[in-house]
Design a binder for this molecule. Structure first.
Ligand SMILES: *Cc1c(COP(=O)(O)O)cnc(C)c1O
Length: 443
C-alpha cells in the first residue's frame, strides 16, 4: 500500500500516520432514518438478544452470585462525575458549557469486569442455548434455564470446546463464562496481554496459550486450531454478529438509567458518547444500539491510541479490514492493551460507516494522567485503556473540528449530556493498580 497516495486521497491520514493526536469528523455520517434500512442488523435483532439475556438471568444468578442484586442481569451503574468535569476544565481548558458529564461504568460489570461482559458472555450463552436446544437438554425457550447448571448439562458441555483470541479482556469474559458452564475453554493470548489476566484465567480452569506476536496472530492460530476440531467453537471477534448484538443491548438499559437521572435526549438535548475502540465490536455494538434508540440525537465518537487507530484508518479510507496500522507506518504498540489492535473489524466498520460521528486519537501518556485524575477527583478506578474516553470529552469541548461539527448540526451544548464509556477495570489487582498509578510516560 502506498502511504503517499493514501494521504493524498485522505488528508487526515497525514496526522494519523505521523502518530499525532487527531480529531476526525466522519464525512459519511447520514441521518439515521436513511441508514437504518440498509443495515444488516436491526431493532428485532437487539430485542432478540435482550430476551435471550433475560432467559439466562436465572442461570447467571446461580453461576455467579454477584449478579443476584440485579436479578442475573449483568449491567453497570451510570454515575455523574462533576468533579472530573471540573478538572477537565481547570487543567485542560475543556469547558462543557453547562453540559453534564457521566461515566458509564462497564469497568464494574459483573463476571468479566469490562465491557466484554456484554458481548462475550452473550455469545457464549447464545451458543450454549443452540447446543442445549438441539440436544434436548433444554426443551424450549420457556424451559428452566437453571437446569444448565446441573450435572447432565455440565457433562454435555464438557464434550465441547470454546476458543478465542484475545488481548486480555475478551479472553477473560469468554473464558470465565465458558468454564463456568463446563466447557473446555481455551484462550489464545497475544504478547501484550497482562500476566494477571493469564493467571486469573488459569485459576478458573481456563487453558491459556501464549503467543510472541500480536493480537492478529493469536486470533489466526486460535481460529485454525478451532476449525480443525468439529467439537470446538471459535468466538470471532473480528466478524461476530452475536458479540455485536450483545453489546447493542446496552442502549435500552442506558436509556432507563438516563431517564432515572432526569436526562432528556431529544433535538434540544443532544447526547454525546465517547467509547474506547479496539477491533470495533464493543463500541460499534453500543453505538448501533444507541442509534436505534436515539437516532440523530445521539452523537457517538470512538477513541483510539495514536499508535493503533485501526478503526479510524478503516473508516477514513473506506478500506475497513483491508488496511492495518502497519500499512501507514505505525507500530500498533500501545499501553492501552484493550485497544492494541492493528486491523479493524470489517463487519463493524461497514455498519458504522454512516452512523459514527467521528473519532479521536490520544497519546499513551494521557491514559495514565486521566486515570489518576479520575481517581483523585471521583475515587473511581478504571484501567488505562478505558481512560481514552476522556480524550473524546476534551476534544468535544475544545477542538476546532468539533466546534465546526457542533455548529453544523446546531447543537445546544448547554443542554448536552456527555458520557465517557469506561470499558474496564474492576478485576485489575491492587498490585497492578499501584504500577499503573506510578506510571508516568514522557509526552
Ligand atoms: C475490548 C476493549 C475495548 C474495545 O472493544 P473492541 O471490541 O475491541 O473495540 C475497550 N476498552 C477495553 C478495556 C477493552 O477491553
Amino acid at each position: 500500500m502506498d502511504i503517499k497516495q493514501l494521504i493524498a486521497a485522505h488528508p487526515v491520514l497525514a496526522k494519523v500516520a505521523a502518530a499525532e493526536e487527531t480529531v476526525w469528523i466522519n464525512p459519511g455520517l447520514q441521518p439515521f432514518a436513511s441508514v437504518r434500512p440498509t443495515l444488516p442488523v436491526g431493532a428485532d435483532d437487539i430485542a432478540d438478544a435482550s430476551a435471550r439475556l433475560r432467559r439466562f438471568a436465572p442461570l447467571l444468578q446461580v453461576l455467579f452470585p454477584e449478579t443476584e442484586d440485579r436479578g442475573g442481569i449483568i449491567e453497570s451503574p451510570l454515575t455523574e462525575i462533576p468533579h472530573m468535569a471540573a478538572l477537565l476544565r481547570e487543567r485542560y481548558g475543556g469547558d462543557l458549557s453547562g453540559g453534564r458529564l457521566f461515566l458509564k461504568r462497564d469497568s464494574d460489570l459483573a463476571v468479566a469486569g469490562s465491557v466484554k461482559a456484554r458481548g462475550g458472555i452473550y455469545e457464549v450463552l447464545k451458543h450454549s442455548e443452540d447446543l442445549a436446544l438441539e440436544a434436548g437438554i433444554l426443551t424450549g425457550y420457556d424451559d428452566d434455564y437453571t437446569r444448565l447448571a446441573g450435572p447432565r448439562a455440565r457433562d454435555f458441555f464438557a464434550r465441547y470446546k470454546v476458543q478465542v483470541g484475545s488481548t486480555g479482556n475478551l479472553g477473560v469474559s469468554i473464558g470465565i463464562m465458558s468454564a463456568a458452564l463446563g466447557y473446555r475453554a481455551i484462550v489464545h493470548m497475544s504478547a501484550d496481554a497482562k500476566q494477571w489476566k493469564k493467571d486469573y484465567l488459569r485459576a478458573h480452569g481456563v487453558t491459556v496459550v501464549e503467543y510472541d506476536g500480536d493480537y492478529g496472530r493469536a486470533v489466526e492460530q486460535g481460529r485454525a486450531e478451532s476449525d480443525a476440531d468439529p467439537m470446538s467453537y471459535f468466538v470471532d471477534d473480528e466478524n461476530s454478529k452475536d458479540l455485536f448484538l450483545g453489546y447493542a443491548v446496552a442502549a435500552e438499559r442506558l436509556q432507563k438509567q438516563l431517564t432515572g437521572a432526569a436526562v432528556t435526549v431529544d433535538e434540544g438535548h443532544p447526547l454525546f458518547v465517547y467509547i474506547p475502540c479496539g477491533v470495533g465490536g464493543a463500541p460499534g455494538g453500543v453505538a448501533f444500539g444507541l442509534k436505534e434508540r436515539y437516532g440523530d440525537n445521539v452523537h457517538v465518537f470512538f477513541v483510539e491510541p495514536t499508535q493503533a487507530p485501526c478503526m479510524l484508518l478503516g473508516l477514513a479510507t473506506g478500506l475497513h479490514n483491508g488496511i492495518c496500522v502497519q500499512d501507514v507506518g505505525l507500530t500498533g504498540l500501545t499501553h492501552a492493551d484493550g485497544l492494541a489492535v492493528g486491523r479493524p473489524s470489517g463487519f463493524v466498520g461497514r455498519v458504522m460507516e454512516h452512523l459514527v460521528s467521528g473519532e479521536m486519537t490520544l497519546a499513551d501518556h494521557k491514559l495514565y494522567d486521566y486515570m489518576r485524575a479520575l481517581w483523585q477527583r471521583e475515587e473511581i478506578f478504571i484501567e488505562p485503556s478505558s481512560c481514552a474516553a476522556f480524550q473524546g470529552v476534551l476534544d468535544a469541548a475544545k477542538s476546532p473540528e468539533m466546534a465546526a461539527y457542533i455548529a453544523r448540526h446546531h447543537l445546544p451544548m448547554d443542554h448536552a449530556t456527555h458520557i465517557a464509556w469506561a470499558t474496564g477495570g474492576k478485576l485489575v489487582p491492587q498490585a497492578q493498580r499501584e504500577i499503573f498509578f506510578g506510571t508516568h510516560l514522557a509526552e
